[in-house]
Design a protein around this ligand. Structure first.
Ligand code: MG
Length: 391
């Protein structure tokens, strides 16, 4: 029997936050919101099991966001929050935990102290929620016209995780369905309907729910500011590379295969742009150059894909406790045309480096038909990398 399991509800479509993916999969400080939320519980010593309830069609987002975390397969949620919670609880029945905490996927900043207080509060109450006293004056205003002022005395703003004894809350949820209740917006409301006594422990203003696109942007700024402060040693490295054309049918630039009537000659895949960037990163941390790490004389790198080199340079930065803050590449050639492939290139580099695409730049220019690039004899690439390290 498990002591305390956690159910994270992340089935919402998160439309209010905007963006190209649901808010729980958008990144703050370089990490998906849902991953931060799950990590907060996985790191707590009293938590033995974390299960996430996700929305239909979000399987791909989930797999990408949670890569490498020790989690069981997610459960698919329902139409409402209440239905999703019940599905998650039903999935936990096999494990029969003593206590369960139910938490919003979009509250990534839950503190260890709040988690601990909710769990220990369950020794005194059948249910426990963290909550904050309401500080704003409340008005009742149907149609936008004030009819009365609501006393805020004994009013609380509910947060999560909401903790319950597992058997109690499962029974309460099952009963709510039988009673035709389907729109209850938190689990404490389900518990109240079942007559359970639910106590309050102090919430945390930091434990806020990221609801709007502004919430996501503000959380991102907060985390980036914190990590930048820890990495005050700012370095800029530069890289330059050239590869000549030879007969062929495509070139590879920034990991993107571009059809062309020639290809680039080289020991590896001859991705001249990625080589320049790899050297820029190595330069920023004064770790030599690509040829020292991957000698062309070494047969194991023959035909190698250049993301291996780039990732190695990136790992060296991470190994020093640093981060890549920005990269910029200029590709110089008359042909092939680079512009249409820039979005795919930025996305490929962003994935390899784990740096947001907004911090990965790729540009192209011709050399006005002058010099070797102008004579279409090959492609050149320049790159810079801005790296931040701890002091
Ligand atoms: Mg090269």
């Amino acid at each position: 029997m498990l002591a305390t399991a956690v159910l994270i509800l992340a089935a919402g479509s998160g439309i209010r936050a905007g963006g190209e993916r649901p808010k729980q999969y958008q990144t703050v400080g370089g990490q998906p919101v849902l991953r931060l939320t799950a990590e907060a519980f996985l790191a707590h010593p009293a938590i033995s099991h974390v299960l996430v309830v996700i929305g239909e069609g979000h399987e791909g987002f989930y797999a990408e966001a949670m890569q490498g975390l020790k989690l069981p397969p997610p459960v698919l949620g329902g139409q409402t929050r209440q239905e999703s919670a019940l599905r998650g609880l039903e999935a936990l029945t096999a494990l029969l935990p003593k206590k369960v905490l139910i938490h919003d996927g979009a509250r990534p900043f839950v503190s260890p102290a709040v988690i601990t207080q909710v769990i220990s509060g369950l020794d005194r109450h059948e249910g426990v929620i963290p909550a904050l006293p309401v500080t704003d004056t409340l008005k009742r205003a149907p149609g936008g016209l004030i009819t009365s002022t609501v006393s805020r005395e004994s009013l609380w703003g509910a947060q999560t995780p909401q903790g319950f004894r597992f058997a109690d809350i499962l029974a309460a949820h099952r009963r709510a369905v039988v009673q035709g209740l389907s729109e209850l917006t938190d689990d404490a409301a389900v518990a109240e309907h079942a007559g359970l006594s639910v106590g309050i422990v102090p919430g945390d203003p930091g434990n806020r729910k990221l609801t709007t696109i502004d919430d996501i942007a503000e959380a991102d700024r907060m985390l980036m500011r914190a990590s930048f402060e820890k990495l005050p040693d700012v370095r800029v490295g530069q890289g330059f590379d050239v590869h000549a054309f030879e007969p062929g049918n495509h070139v590879v630039l920034c990991g993107v295969k571009i059809p062309h009537n020639r290809r680039l000659k080289g020991h590896s895949d001859a991705d001249v742009a990625m080589h320049a960037l790899t050297d820029a990163i190595l330069g920023a941390i004064s770790e030599g150059d690509i040829g020292q790490h991957f000698p062309p004389s070494d047969m194991q790198w023959k035909g190698a894909e250049s993301h291996i080199f780039l990732r190695h340079a990136s790992d060296l930065v991470t190994g020093r406790g640093g981060m890549i803050a920005h990269t910029d590449i200029t590709i110089v050639c008359e042909e092939p045309r680079i512009g249409p492939h820039v979005p795919a290139m930025r996305s490929a580099l962003s994935g390899i480096l784990s740096v947001p695409t907004q911090r990965v730049a790729v540009k192209a220019t011709t050399s006005e038909q002058l010099g070797f690039t102008g004579r279409r004899e090959g492609i050149a690439a320049y790159a810079t990398a801005t790296v931040r390290l701890p002091l």
